[in-house]
Design a protein around this ligand. Structure first.
Ligand SMILES: [Fe+2]
Ligand SMILES: [Fe+2]
Length: 168
């Protein structure tokens, strides 16, 4: 049996590689997620003393990423305080606190957070985001135009959970 040559990665152990496991099936969501992964990996190979501008851009991108998903949730029957949006809010709260601590002198904290996000993201994408993508497809919501084919399909829905995905 031939031994396959392992491709070396300059990201080290902490980086996140784009793979089928991260695909949710919604093209626009997946495109945003690829950008998220690219920026996260860039942070991990940037020396700690040079991370601030990139980190701020990553935070801005993440705000937009989460806002986009929450806009789609609201348009398709989720309540504003559903658990997926709650998880986004706690991540953003942590990210903002990390910026403050970094500026106050904890030079390693952005790297530690990026490593934690690299662990968090695959399970979030595979559960809550994939569940949302599935829900959007089931109600025929077009994420390019952000419109419903038939608005009456969601009129009776009020969801505080994560669609078909459990919050626990
Ligand atoms: Fe996402
Ligand atoms: Fe999400």
């Amino acid at each position: 049996m031939q031994t396959q040559t392992e491709q070396s990665s300059n990201l080290g152990l902490a980086g996140l590689e784009w793979s089928d496991q991260l695909v949710t099936g919604n093209e626009r969501m997946d495109h945003t997620h690829e950008e998220f992964v690219t920026m996260l990996n860039a942070l991990l190979i940037t020396p700690p003393t040079e991370q601030l501008n990139l980190y701020r851009a990553f935070l801005t991108h993440t705000v937009e990423h989460f806002t986009q998903e929450e806009r789609w949730m609201l348009a398709t029957g989720f309540t504003a305080e559903n658990c997926h949006a709650g998880q986004h809010a706690s991540i953003l709260e942590t990210m903002r606190a990390v910026e403050t601590h970094y500026v106050q002198g904890d030079g390693e904290i952005i790297t530690r957070l990026a490593e934690a996000l690299a662990e968090w993201f695959p399970q979030h994408a595979a559960s809550m985001d994939a569940g949302l993508a599935q829900h959007l497809q089931s109600v025929a919501f077009d994420t390019e135009t952000e419109t419903l084919a038939d608005p009456s399909v969601i009129r009776s829905m009020t969801m505080s959970g994560c669609g078909s995905i459990s919050c626990s």
